[in-house]
Unconditional design. Structure first.
Length: 393
């Protein structure tokens, strides 16, 4: 059984999010997270220094960058901070891998037909190179280990998989899938944006070769920040398509145009970094580490269990997300029976101060570590009320 945070810990977490004092219930962290007071203060302080303080802060900011890199590596249990490259978003991170692998005609990429487009288009772009795409059909929203094992073949060069599916919330068994890929000689490239910050990720135990994740969702960082993790072995095989002044071993040796690329994943960062975003990202990830990835996962699973229990008691609701313990993360998605219009229910919830998402005609709820069991009860009650109103009852 998963347990929610104690009242003391939860109270400390909730103090970081002022929107709660306005009576809002925000359950759309799978879309974009609100920024904590810590994130806002860190970014604001940086901007003030650039405006009215020391002004040129870039060299001094590099210490923060190193700390943020270390925190990311701790969060995903990477071998070292050298395996982390900062990226603007998930798509950019995935494209480093997709564009850099030396593909051969006949290579195949295995994907699910329920993936978010960010994890599809970089591989669609490989078709002119003779790369074939194999799609796994998953009408129930579950890309299981057994399904993947049945579709992976000797020519499958790469498996592209979301750690958690954006619509169903299905959580793949990354450890067993990673083992299958490793035994098959297949690159295991994971889109981690719906997992990192919500559930535990251990890239080494899961045999993940590359992990891409923007920070604006479950990591609770600002837009335009994120990271790429890749193993040293995969890095050795990447033919880097884009170079910038930060890609080399010593960027400050300006006139040495013959120097080698950085030995670390920093080689993929190219040009000057998004310092305001990284100041915010460091505070966001530092907060997750402070509250503890294990505790955060347990809390999220506990309160989503409560939400599922409450929603399933409402007439006209069908759960689309998986129920199995090992297949759930932070996303709870439901379908509504006809003639109920999900758009109407979504809008009525929004008008009452409950922020969820509507995706593919389904309602998606995604609470985070500062949400409470009381939040789940309130939004379940509100959902039942607005459904009754929308039904004319």
């Amino acid at each position: 059984m998963h347990a929610p945070f104690s009242p003391e810990i939860l109270s400390r977490a909730r103090e970081l999010f002022p929107h709660l004092k306005q009576g809002k219930i925000y359950l759309n962290h799978a879309g974009t997270s609100p920024l904590s007071t810590r994130v806002v203060e860190a970014m604001t302080a940086y901007l003030r220094r650039r405006s009215e303080g020391e002004l040129d802060t870039y060299q001094n900011d590099l210490g923060m960058v190193a700390e943020c890199r270390t925190d990311v590596s701790r969060l995903i249990r990477a071998e070292s901070a050298d395996r982390i490259a900062f990226q603007s978003n998930t798509s950019d991170a995935i494209n480093v891998i997709a564009a850099g692998i030396p593909w051969k005609t006949g290579d195949r990429v295995l994907l699910g037909d329920i993936e978010f487009p960010a994890n599809i288009y970089p591989y669609v772009n490989l078709k002119p190179l003779g790369v074939e795409l194999d799609f796994i059909s998953a009408p129930d929203g579950r890309l299981t280990t057994e399904l993947i094992a049945s579709k992976i073949g000797q020519h499958t060069r790469l498996l592209a998989l979301s750690a958690v599916q954006f619509l169903s919330g299905h959580r793949g068994d990354l450890r067993s899938i990673g083992s299958i890929c490793r035994n098959n000689g297949t690159i295991f490239a994971v889109d981690g944006i719906q997992a990192v910050g919500a559930v535990r990720i251990d890239v080494q135990k899961m045999s993940i070769d590359a992990l891409s994740a923007g920070a604006q969702k479950w990591q609770m960082g600002p837009h335009g920040s994120g990271f790429l993790y890749l193993t040293e072995e995969l890095q050795s095989r990447i033919r880097q398509k884009n170079l910038g002044w930060l890609s080399v071993e010593n960027p400050w040796d300006f006139y040495n145009y013959e120097q080698p690329l950085a030995s670390s994943a920093r080689r993929y960062e190219g040009g000057s970094l998004n310092m305001p975003g990284l100041w915010g990202m460091r505070e966001a990830i530092g907060t997750l580490i402070e509250f503890g990835p294990d505790g955060i996962e347990s809390h999220i699973l506990a309160i989503t269990s409560r939400l599922i229990e409450r929603l399933m008691k409402i007439d006209g609701v069908t759960l689309f997300s998986p129920l199995a313990e090992g297949e759930r993360a932070g996303i709870v998605t439901i379908s509504l029976a006809a003639p109920l219009d999900p758009q109407t229910v979504f809008e009525k919830l929004r008008d009452r101060g409950a922020a969820i998402a509507i995706r593919e005609g389904k309602l998606r709820y995604s609470p985070h570590f500062y949400n409470s069991t009381g939040d789940m009860d309130r939004v379940a009650d509100m959902t039942e009320e607005v459904m009754r109103e929308a039904h004319g009852g």
